[in-house]
Design a binder for this molecule. Sequence first.
Ligand code: F6P
Length: 334
Amino acid sequence: MEKETVKSIHKIAVLTSGGDAPGMNATIRSIVRAGIDSGLSVYGIEDGYRGLVEGRVYEMDRNAVTNIINRGGTILGSARLPEFSKDEVAQIAVEQLHNRGIEAVITIGGDGTYRGALKLTQMGINCVGVPGTIDNDIASTEFTIGFDTAVNTAVDAIDKLRDTSNSHQRCSIVEVMGRYCGDIAYAAALATGADLVITSETGFDLNEVIDTVKRCQGHKSRHVLIVITEHVTDVMELAKKIKEYTGFDARATILGHIQRGGSPSPFDRVLATRLGAEAARAILEGDFGCMVGTKNQEIIRVPLSEVAGKLKYVDPKASIIKEAKTIGISFGDE
Ligand code: F6P
């Protein structure tokens, strides 16, 4: 049964924080439209918590979010503000909200954003979070907004690398983002038919890499494809070692911030629109201190205290890994 709407909230604000992600704009659009249609005044905060502390807050109308559902980045701007963990800094943010009569804030972002939202909640501000990060590392939700687009971008780049690797009989090492979560790497590796996946979860073993390259040589492969998450090892050095130990020429490519840009995929636009609308609904129902997410494709709400600071990692026993092993993709833990 639907919860009854609580009429006490009139003014809300929205911010995007941390690394931007494709689909943040679609989320903002959904929140602004759903909020205004429900009679709320909706304010945009520039550059995340930094803009909030500095008082860069302005009212948004329906037209402010026209033509952005397909745009990458975030029209509000984003920033990281580690100092927000300090009470005296967060207190300024609280005052900025009180001075404007803003009664609730919707925060879109990753883990740092939730820690900020939890801080504000503990200081008496009504907050609702929406998971927006390419890393897909937020606990308690299946997918974060931006992950699907980032995987598409990585797959597109890896397909191109495969062409040239195959022409030149090379090993291609592709470093993808994800911070300490291997989700982008696993999905991109499966989608491109990689030979080896190395992530923070699998750990790194040079012998495993060399064995994989030699095995591919044994199969007379014209190329070898290794997908690896950032922060695991120096991929440029790894390319040199592969050449040294196997004789197979190797090149490393760091995909980097290209994975954060671009027009959001339809999947991300749909997710963003659903989660944005649900965040506005949670505010109207007076359900604060939560993050909206999905479980089995259904919308859920999870307490911020169960999300903030609790990153998601890929379980080595996860089904995606079992399936990948079945078709011969190696993992750095073997
Ligand atoms: O959280 C998103 C992300 O792109 C991570 O994948 C990456 O580790 C980090 O942000 C990079 O941050 P920055 O844009 O500050 O270099």
